[in-house]
Design a protein around this ligand. Structure first.
Ligand code: MG
Length: 305
C-alpha cells in the first residue's frame, strides 16, 4: 500500500509534466510549404505589383484576341465585338478600371452595359447603375442574374471606377464534354471603388441571359472576356495575377515540435502515463482520483497560447 500511495503523486506529476510539454513547445504542422516569393507592390493602390500580368496599360490591345477596340490617350473603348485575352487563366486576382459614357443614353440594361467574364463564362456585370433602375441581379458589380451587389457603390456616368476581383475557378467533373459533377463551384469576391460588394459568392454556373445558371464544360484555364454590349465603355489599367488554390496543400510530413520531439511520441508518452494511472486506480480504488478534476486541469494545461 505504501508503494501505491507513493506512486500516485509520481504518476500525477509525470502526467501533467508530459501534458505541459504540449503547451510549452513550438508546434509545427509538418506541411512542406514553399517559401512565399518576394513581390514588390505597386507604388500606389491599384497599380500592378511586380508579379502581375499586364492586360492593358494604355498602349495597345496586344494581350487580347483582336484590336478592333479604339485605343486613344491611354484608354481602350469598346468597339466591334467582345475581346478575349490570348492567355488563359484559372483562379485570379484581377484589377480593372472602367467608365460608362458621360452622355447618358438608354435605360436599364441598355445604359452603359459591358461585362467582365471570368473564364469566359461567369459575368461580373458592368453597367451604368447610377440612377438607372434594372433588375437587381443585373445591376453593376452583380454576378449576372445570380447575385446583386450588397450595395450600389457606383460613381456617376463618365467617372472612372475600379473593380478588384478575386476569383477561384470551379472544379468540374467532365465526361464526354458534359459536366457530370460540380466538385466545387467557382467563388468570386468583388470590390468596387474600394467597397466590398460581393464576398466569396459560390457561382451557380454560366451567367446566361435566357436560361437558369448551370455549369457547362470548359478547360482548367480560359480567356478573360470583356463584353461589347453596344455601348462605348472605356477601360484602363487592367492587370491580373494568377493565384494558387488556397486549399491545395503540399505533402504533409509528421507534425513535430521545434526541439525535434515528434507529436506522436509525446502523445504515446501521455497515453502510457494515463494507462499507468488508471491501472493504479483500479488496484487501489480507495485512492481513486477525481477524474473530472484531472480533465479540467489537463484542458487548462494544453490550452493554446
Ligand atoms: Mg453585361
Amino acid at each position: 500500500m505504501m508503494k501505491r500511495a507513493v506512486m500516485f503523486p509520481f504518476l500525477f506529476a509525470a502526467f501533467f509534466s508530459s501534458m505541459s510539454l504540449f503547451a510549452q513547445h513550438d508546434w509545427r504542422s509538418g506541411i512542406q510549404w514553399e517559401e512565399p516569393k518576394m513581390v514588390t507592390p505597386g507604388a500606389e493602390y491599384g497599380q500592378p505589383p511586380s508579379d502581375a500580368i499586364i492586360l492593358f496599360d494604355g498602349k495597345n490591345m496586344d494581350a487580347w484576341s483582336h484590336d478592333n477596340w479604339e485605343v486613344k490617350d491611354g484608354v481602350a473603348t469598346v468597339k466591334g465585338g467582345d475581346v478575349r485575352t490570348k492567355q488563359k487563366f484559372g483562379s485570379v486576382q484581377l484589377h480593372l478600371e472602367f467608365a460608362t459614357p458621360e452622355k447618358v443614353e438608354g435605360s436599364s440594361q441598355g445604359r452603359g452595359n459591358s461585362g467582365l467574364f471570368l473564364m469566359d463564362h461567369y459575368e461580373v456585370q458592368i453597367l451604368d447603375s447610377y440612377d438607372n433602375q434594372t433588375y437587381f441581379d443585373g445591376q453593376c458589380a452583380g454576378i449576372y442574374k445570380q447575385r446583386p451587389p450588397y450595395v450600389n457603390a457606383c460613381r456617376k456616368p463618365g467617372e472612372w471606377q475600379s473593380y478588384d476581383v478575386f476569383f477561384t475557378k470551379p472544379e468540374l467533373k467532365i465526361v464526354n464534354g458534359k459536366v457530370v459533377d460540380v466538385i466545387r463551384p467557382a467563388y468570386v469576391s468583388v470590390v468596387q471603388n474600394g467597397v466590398l460588394v460581393v464576398n466569396n459568392y459560390a457561382i451557380e454556373g454560366d451567367t446566361t441571359y435566357h436560361i437558369p445558371p448551370a455549369y457547362t464544360a470548359h478547360g482548367e484555364k480560359e480567356s478573360i472576356r470583356l463584353q461589347d454590349h453596344g455601348n462605348p465603355i472605356k477601360f484602363r489599367n487592367i492587370w491580373v495575377r494568377e493565384i494558387p488554390d488556397s486549399n491545395a496543400k503540399p505533402p504533409r510530413g509528421k507534425e513535430f515540435y521545434a526541439d525535434d520531439r515528434t507529436v506522436d511520441n509525446l502523445r504515446k508518452e501521455v497515453e502510457k502515463l494515463k494507462a499507468a494511472l488508471e491501472k493504479a486506480q483500479k488496484e487501489s480504488p480507495e485512492k481513486a482520483v477525481d477524474e473530472k478534476a484531472v480533465d479540467e486541469e489537463t484542458a487548462e494545461t494544453v490550452e493554446t497560447p
